[in-house]
Design a protein around this ligand. Sequence first.
Ligand code: KG4
Ligand code: ZN
Length: 384
Amino acid sequence: MKILAIDTSCDETAAAVSDGNILLSNTLSSSMEFQNEWGGVVPIIARKNHINRIDGVVKRALKLANIQKKQVDLIAVTYGPGLAIALEVGIKKAKELASELNIPILGVNHMAGHIYANFGRKKSGVTFSGLNENDIFPLITLLISGGHTELVFMKSHCDFEIIGRTLDDSVGEAFDKIARMLRWGYPGGPIVERFAKEGDENSFKFPVAMAQSGDLNFSFSGLKTAVFREIQTRGSIIQLKNNMSDDEITKHNEKYADEPYAPSISKKPIFELSKKDSINIAASFQKAAADQLILKALAAIKKYKVKNFLLGGGVVNNLYIKKKLRKVLKKEGVELFYPKNKKLLTDNAGMISIAAYYKTLKGGYSDISKLDRKPNLDLGFEEI
Ligand code: KG4
Ligand code: ZN
């Protein structure tokens, strides 16, 4: 079954083609460079770029897969979670294609995509993550992206139970905010990781939140505040955040209040720190963030008695977190899997085509007239 998938949930305009769970192409056009100066994704810019780029990206996905449009059997599209006005563009295009080709359409949950990236296969037949599908359940996936931090338990395919989630910021968001405070640009994760390598992770004792919560939930806003306090204490004010008036800032924040990924503009001043303090703060922050993830991962595997642990989302790019987690899981006899393909970690449509394939095995397609964007879609809510 040839699946053409589209994802426009955030700032990447992405399309991919798979044959079942074998990935044939996975391409995207990112509007990151436009978003950079804002320190986050601005929905209206993302939408405009999706509209301009979607046709070209779909064409490229087909060309790279070396198939004709008419050979496609199913259109898959992300219908949530994500930015409402961005999701809309992909859904509209997907519906146009399904109608034109007279083939079914299937709405896919973006977070299911991040999980199923692990099940994608290369043309040789092996999975990108190295997992063996025959003996993988029950399993837990830790989803760590810019919008989400969740622990998901699965007894079988497409059976998702969220067993833990962040009560405030996601871990990716925390990395992005720390980078913004340190004036390192956006996205923050890769830059914080790079500078953290040069710093001493024991120089600041940032709190590992939720250690005593007795559940599997996360929290990163206390850590962010602790980091900000340290920056405030050690740095000197160099300028206010931007030239917008208080009124303009409030209007901007109100306009995007309901958008899960939109940046709220801060009125906080910008501080300048010494290089030494900056890298030490980055390293100590990363340690505290990783320790919280590991603590909850351990609690989850003990409670649910799983032998397989999967990772999904952009923060999986972080080598420090992966290394630490692998070591701890190994001691418990639990195997760690994640896609060994960078494109399948950050937002992409390849993971959507793979998730769509597994969803078809459960039966049914979406009703084209009812399929609609669901910006706050949860895993498990699959009624479309
Ligand atoms: O999954 P993703 O591409 O998009 C969402 O669905 O949100 O994740 C993006 C997030 C950003 O917050 C980015 O800072 C983070 O992943 N990220 C990292 C690293 N690379 C990307 N965080 C920590 N370390 C990294 N190396
Ligand atoms: Zn994502």
